[in-house]
Design a protein around this ligand. Structure first.
Ligand code: C2O
Ligand code: CU
Ligand code: CU
Length: 504
C-alpha cells in the first residue's frame, strides 16, 4: 500500500469512524483515538505470530491469544442457495464459527457469512427485500447488487433509499433484462454500500454472491455441484476471535484468508472438470491467483459473463470486487493435493485453499472453443470524458478529477441510449479498482495497447499507478443517478467516488 496513505487516517469529510471491535457490534462505540492506535499495535504482532504459528502444524495460540488452525484443516463450505423470485435478506447479528474456539460476532445476511447465494434465471423479475435488524451502531444500510443493471432506486444508492436499523426495510426489484433482451449470464455479488462505512459494513460480514443463469450460455460447462462459487476475503481477529477493524484510508487488509468464510479450507474434488467462480470480496487486498502444481487456469469469464473464447492463463491478478470464472481439469490427478495460491503474498497468506482430488468421476462436461460473442457497441461515440484518479497533495485525500464525493454534485450527464468514451487515468501513487454501476462497458485499450481478450468486457477495472484505460460505455434503460468509484472500500469511504446522471 501507499505508505503516505497511512497518514490519511482521518476521513476527509466526517470524523473518523470509530474502530470496531466485538463489543461495538453489540452497541458500544469507542471513539477515542487511543483505542484506534492500540488496535493497530495489537494487530502487528498478530500478523507475525500467524506466520510463525502456522509453520509449526497443529493448533497454536499466538502471543495475542487467538487460536490459529493449521492451513487446510477445515472443509470448504458452500453457502446456502436461494432461488425464489421474492427473497428476503435480513441483516442480523450472528455468532459465526470462523476460527477454532470462540465464535465471531458478525453482521450477516440471514445469519451466515457469506450470506446466501442468490441464483436466478435471466429475464425473470426478482425482488430482494433488505430488512435491517442490526442494532443502532450499524446505522442505515443499503444493498447493492454489484454487476446488476438496475433502475436508480433499485441500485443500492449510498445515501438514498436506506433501511434504518432495528427493523427498517427496503425492497429492490431487478428485472433481469437489459435493452429489451435478457441480461447476460453473470457472476454478480451483493454487499452493503452505505456512504462512508461500506468498508466497515462489508468487513463485519455484509456480503454474498448472486448468479444469473442464462440458457444462451453453453450448456456443456460444468454445472451443479461442479459449478462452485468462491468468495475470497481477508480478515483480522483479536485475541477473542472477534473482528478487528480500524479505518485506514490507505486500505484495510486482514491477516487471515477466508474462502466462503472458512480460513484456508480444503475442498475434495473428483478427477474431472470444475468451474470455479472466484470473487475477491476483500476490502483492499488483491490476489494473484496461481496453482501450486504449475497447472494453468482456463479462464472462461469475467464479472460481466462469458468471454468469446476460453483463455489459458498461468496466473490471474484479481483486485477487490473483480471476479474470474475459470475451469480446472483434475483428470489424471487422482490422489493429488493442489494449492490455490496468491503469488502476491508470502508465508501463510500465500495459501488460499487446497483442492484434494479424492475420487474418480466420469466427466460429461466440456469447454467449447467458442463461448459467447461480446455484444457489439456502437462504433461512434457521443462524448469523451476524462477522469483522473488522484490524491490531493495537501490533504492527502483520494480524488477523482481533484474532487471528493458529493452526493449533491453530478459529475457527468450522459444521454440515455448514447455510447460514450470514458478515459480513466491514475496519477495517485497507488493502484485503484474503478467500478461503474449500471452501464455496459468494454475496454478499448490499456496504456495505448488494445484490450487483452480476457479483459474486454468487465465492470471493475484495475487502474495501476500511471495507467490509462479507455472504455466504451452504453447507457440503456435507466434514467437517474448512479455512482462510480474505487472499489478499494476504504478509498471509496474516503470519498473516491463520483456520480453520473443518465438524462433523457
Ligand atoms: Cu460493489 Cu459500488 O459497488
Ligand atoms: Cu456495483
Ligand atoms: Cu482506490
Amino acid at each position: 500500500m501507499d505508505p503516505d496513505g497511512l497518514d490519511v487516517g482521518v476521513h476527509p469529510r466526517r470524523q473518523p469512524e470509530p474502530s470496531l471491535h466485538c463489543d461495538d457490534a453489540q452497541g458500544t462505540r469507542r471513539e477515542d483515538t487511543v483505542v484506534r492506535r492500540s488496535r493497530v499495535s495489537v494487530l502487528l504482532p498478530l500478523i507475525t505470530a500467524t506466520l510463525v504459528a502456522t509453520s509449526l502444524g497443529g493448533s497454536v495460540v499466538t502471543s495475542a491469544g487467538a487460536v490459529i488452525a493449521p492451513e487446510f484443516s477445515r472443509p470448504l463450505v458452500i453457502p446456502r442457495v436461494l432461488t425464489g423470485s421474492n427473497i428476503t435478506l435480513t441483516a442480523t447479528l450472528a455468532d459465526v464459527q470462523v476460527l477454532p474456539g470462540r465464535k465471531t460476532r458478525m453482521w450477516t445476511y440471514n445469519g451466515t457469512f457469506p450470506g446466501p447465494t442468490i441464483r436466478r434465471p435471466t429475464g425473470q423479475t426478482t425482488t430482494v427485500t433488505l430488512v435491517n435488524n442490526l442494532p443502532q451502531v450499524a446505522g442505515e444500510l443499503t444493498l447493492h447488487n454489484h454487476g446488476n443493471h438496475s433502475a436508480a432506486e433499485n441500485d443500492g444508492q449510498p445515501d438514498d433509499f436506506l433501511a434504518a436499523p432495528m427493523g427498517g426495510s427496503v425492497t429492490y426489484t431487478y428485472t433481469g433484462t437489459e435493452a429489451g433482451a435478457n441480461e447476460r449470464g453473470a457472476f454478480q455479488w451483493y454487499h452493503d454500500h452505505r456512504m462512508d462505512v461500506t468498508g466497515r459494513n462489508v468487513w463485519m460480514g455484509l456480503a454474498g454472491m448472486y448468479i444469473i443463469d442464462d440458457p444462451a450460455d453453453p450448456r456443456t460447462l460444468p454445472k451443479g455441484e461442479f459449478d462452485v462459487p468462491l468468495l475470497v476475503a481477508d480478515r483480522s481477529f483479536d485475541a477473542n476471535n472477534q473482528l478487528a477493524y480500524t479505518f485506514n484510508a490507505a486500505g484495510v487488509t486482514g491477516n487471515r484468508i477466508l474462502v466462503n468464510g472458512v480460513p484456508q479450507p480444503y475442498f475434495n474434488v473428483g478427477d474431472r472438470k470444475y468451474r470455479l467462480r472466484i470473487l475477491n470480496a476483500s476490502n483492499s487486498r488483491s490476489y494473484d491467483f496461481a496453482l501450486g502444481n504449475g497447472q494453468s487456469f482456463v479462464q472462461i469469464g469475467t464479472e460481466s459473463g462469458l468471454l468469446p473464447a476460453p483463455v489459458r492463463r498461468s496466473h490471474i491478478l484479481v483486485g477487490p470486487a473483480e471476479r474470474v470464472d475459470v475451469v480446472l481439469d483434475f483428470a489424471g490427478k487422482l490422489g493429488q493435493r493442489i494449492v490455490l495460491q496468491n503469488l502476491a503474498a508470502g508465508g501463510s497468506l500465500r495459501q488460499i485453499m487446497q483442492l484434494r482430488v479424492t475420487r474418480h468421476l466420469t466427466d460429461t462436461s466440456s469447454v467449447p472453443a467458442k463461448l459467447r460473442p461480446l455484444p457489439a457497441l456502437d462504433s461512434t461515440s457521443a462524448a469523451t470524458r476524462t477522469f483522473e484518479f488522484g490524491k490531493n497533495r495537501f490533504s492527502g485525500a483520494w480524488t477523482i478529477n481533484d474532487q471528493t464525493f458529493d452526493p449533491n454534485r453530478i459529475d457527468a450527464s450522459p444521454r440515455l441510449g448514447d455510447t460514450e468514451t470514458w478515459i480513466f487515468t491514475n496519477k495517485s501513487g497507488a493502484d485503484h479498482i474503478v467500478h461503474m454501476h449500471a452501464v455496459d462497458q468494454q475496454l478499448v485499450s490499456r496504456n495505448g495497447v488494445p484490450a487483452k481478450p480476457y479483459e474486454r468486457m468487465k465492470e471493475s477495472w484495475r487502474l495501476g499507478i500511471g495507467e490509462t484505460i479507455v472504455l466504451k460505455l452504453k447507457f440503456t434503460d435507466n434514467l437517474g443517478k448512479f455512482v462510480f468509484h474505487c472499489h478499494i472500500l476504504e478509498h471509496e469511504d474516503a470519498a473516491m467516488m463520483a456520480q453520473l446522471e443518465v438524462v433523457p
